[in-house]
Design a protein around this ligand. Structure first.
Ligand code: ZN
Length: 330
């Protein structure tokens, strides 16, 4: 069965809604397990429920996830698993493992709880953005996964009557928060992005001057230095941060050798590959062009059959190359 036909079969489970650890995700794992056996792989599951199709001493892994966001698309995650199964079927003698991680969209939960780590990991994933489509390129090599910070900023004012309090006598917390939102927007430069996606206003009534406003912050930047600078420039209560993670080592070198002309790009979204790379596994990521302006996490998500075949071919060659250098002890 072709890769697009398998993506259709997975999409039919739950109609694009397969939450982590739901019966729909279980069913997708069952379906993929059958395809793994057909590809000559031995099926195993670990304690967190990650699914493996292994052949021989599997030091090199490839895969992604089979869960989705609510009403998601047919390519996010699923493509990386199906492409890896297809590559494994084409490389009948190669020791490797295909993996479907659990609950990427709500964690990632599965890839964070691995009992063992591979020596190399490569993930095929759709770009989920418009960069490759705008550049007219079918495939891109991920250089790093963007760093992230989350937090909030609270503004204290004085709640008072909206009718009887003169303008000059007011201390309006939401007006301060509004100035802050513009400051956040102006602070994000040089490939960094920053978003206030939610503002909580108290007491939150039409006829009361806001006494307190809390703005949420989501910051992303391509380097540790630029993330530090952005946090500093905005000024807020930091709840958590994750430094950018570089794709590196033999997997990235092998991918580059297979695709010498492919452009490099920074991933603005987190992935299982980010978790493995952060845990010290040499990791590569191959992005496939997203059509429809990069639409993702929705039913409009689209990649062409031609681009998918190019990605499967590149993954197959990269795995073969990696395995050859692994056996040579390089
Ligand atoms: Zn994904």
């Amino acid at each position: 069965m072709s890769v697009p036909a398998r993506l259709d079969e997975l999409y039919a489970i739950g109609g694009g809604t397969r939450a982590g650890y739901s019966p729909e995700e279980d069913e997708a794992h069952e379906l993929a397990a059958g395809w793994m056996r057909d590809a000559g792989l031995e099926v195993e599951r670990d304690v967190p429920g990650n699914l493996f199709g292994k052949r021989g001493v599997a030091r090199i892994w490839s895969g992604s996830h089979l869960d989705t966001v609510p009403d998601g698309g047919r390519f996010d995650g699923a493509l990386g698993v199906v492409a890896a199964i297809e590559a494994a079927a084409r490389l009948r003698d190669l020791p490797l493992a295909v993996v479907a991680f659990r609950a990427e969209e709500t964690g990632p939960m599965g890839s964070r709880r691995l009992a063992e780590l591979p020596e190399a990991f490569i993930e095929v994933h759709i770009e989920q953005g418009p960069v490759l489509e705008d550049a007219g390129e079918p495939l891109g090599i991920v250089s790093s996964v963007i760093g992230q910070a989350r937090g909030s900023k609270t503004f204290e004012g004085r709640a008072a009557h909206a009718g009887t309090t003169p303008m000059e006598a007011r201390s309006d917390a939401l007006v301060e928060a509004a100035r802050f939102v513009l400051h956040v927007r102006e602070s994000a430069q040089g490939g960094a992005v920053a978003t206030v996606g939610a503002v909580e206003v108290e007491p939150g009534a039409a006829n009361v001057i806001p006494g307190r406003a809390t703005a949420s912050l989501d910051l992303r930047a391509p380097t540790t230095e630029s993330l530090d600078a952005l946090i500093e420039a905005i000024g807020f209560d930091l709840a958590w941060r994750q430094d950018p993670v570089a794709m590196s080592g033999p997997p990235r070198e092998a991918l580059r050798a297979v695709l010498p002309d492919a452009p490099e790009l920074v991933s603005g979204a987190g992935h299982d590959a980010m978790v493995l790379a952060a845990a010290g596994v040499p990791t590569a990521m191959l992005f496939v062009r997203s059509l429809n302006g990069g639409a993702s996490h929705c039913p409009d998500e689209l990649s062409s059959a031609e681009d998918i075949e190019l990605a499967v071919d590149a993954l197959t060659k990269t795995l073969a190359r990696l395995s050859a250098s692994d056996q040579a002890g390089v």
